[in-house]
Design a protein around this ligand. Structure first.
Ligand SMILES: Cc1ncc(COP(=O)(O)O)c(C=O)c1O
Length: 362
């Protein structure tokens, strides 16, 4: 019998499957999984040529040949997504809200002048790949299968132009439990991650490259991450590292409203929905640096955390701003962020009922 959200893995696209003759599963140490370094046996690959997607195939994970003139390398047409699949308590495999990532992938594609990926290609590629590599979905506490769809421009031609050819690939890999110590973050007042009219809302490679130097500098000063502020006057809070950011001030959950400088996170959306369902007062609006610093000084900043697929909830222990350090209440004592982190985890692992229909069960 099918569950309420159970999907059937279908193949209306006739994806060619070339199975590896030598699985690496046996040699993989599932008790020691460093993020992003272990890949499952297979990957899904499709090519965009002559205005259509073709050569749909699942093949052994491995290197691909590329031209040194490949336009993604020179002009940055490269987008990606980050999704997780979980082994439920009953043994089923569930992907967390993949259609939200699918929508965001095509929002990124449009901004970067890249072709849209059809929903059946994205979803059938992903579900068939995971069904084939189902033994790679780890089952220990806190573990998951990380899913990385990526698209990049492949025209082997120099000269700035929107490429006419692209590759769409889905890779997966088991990932370990995410233990993050509470973060020390610095409110950035010089560098910017994104500007109005730019590409901040797209999950495109350059947004991550440009963040590395400022992040490295903050790390030299003893911080773990940055809180990005608006590019114009650094007066508004935007995101924290590669996460959306949330605050609890006077029992109100406050988070920057999404705009073209902010990535519209799936975790953010899910946390807001849970908070609203619990009757927590939520404000999505522009958030000033001044009000957060004032609340920290006055002791009304009860909680601050980053929200994203990797950590779900990453507590912020200290905030640095203009050479002052503000220490927030002890993370273990924080009511909302601990409750929401557990609630999301319990839904993802099928421990509690999935009332919102977020689990896409294979
Ligand atoms: C810049 C940025 N903001 C926010 C997020 C959080 O988004 P999500 O919850 O969809 O993982 C991510 C991670 O994908 C990110 O890279």
């Amino acid at each position: 019998m099918l569950h309420k959200n159970q999907q059937i893995v279908i193949d209306t696209l006739n994806i060619k499957v070339n199975k590896t003759p030598a699985s690496r599963l046996e040699q993989t140490d599932f008790s020691n999984l460093a993020f992003g370094r272990t890949f499952s046996d297979h990957m899904f690959v499709a090519d965009f040529e002559d205005g259509e997607w073709k050569n749909l195939q699942i093949m052994p994970y491995g290197d691909l040949p590329f031209s040194p003139a490949m336009s993604a390398l020179h002009y940055g047409q490269a987008i990606f997504e980050g999704i997780k699949a979980y082994k439920l308590q009953n043994g089923d495999i569930s992907i967390f809200r993949p259609l939200k990532n699918y929508e965001r992938f095509n929002i990124s594609a449009e901004r970067m002048s890249m072709p849209a990926v059809p929903e059946d290609l994205f979803m059938q590629g992903m579900t068939q790949l995971i069904a084939l590599d189902k033994n790679w979905v780890p089952g220990n506490e806190g573990q998951s299968l990380y899913i990385r769809p990526v698209m990049f421009a492949t025209d082997p031609v120099l000269g700035v132009h929107a490429s006419e050819t692209y590759k769409f690939i889905i890779l997966t890999g088991p990932s370990g439990a995410y233990y993050s110590k509470p973060l020390r973050v610095k409110i950035e007042t010089h560098y910017a991650r994104a500007a109005e009219g730019g590409v901040g809302y797209a999950k495109t490679a350059g947004n991550y490259g440009r963040a590395l130097l400022p992040t490295k500098q903050a790390q030299k000063e003893g911080f773990d991450q940055l809180i990005w502020t608006d590019a114009r006057d650094h007066g508004y809070i935007e995101e924290s590292g590669t996460m959306n950011v949330m605050f609890v001030i006077d029992d109100v959950l406050i988070t920057p409203s999404t705009r073209d400088t902010i990535l519209d996170g799936v975790t953010r959306k899910s946390i807001l929905q849970l908070a609203q369902s619990w009757g927590v007062k939520v404000e999505e609006r522009r958030v000033t640096v001044e009000e957060v610093v004032k609340a920290a000084k006055e002791g009304t900043l009860q909680e601050a955390f980053g929200a994203g697929t990797a950590a779900t909830v990453a507590h912020i222990a200290q905030i640095g701003y203009e050479s002052e350090i503000y220490t927030l209440p002890e993370p273990l004592s924080r009511k909302f962020s601990n409750k929401v982190s557990k609630a999301l985890s319990d839904i993802r692992y099928g421990i509690t009922a999935d009332e919102f229909g977020w689990n896409y069960i294979l």
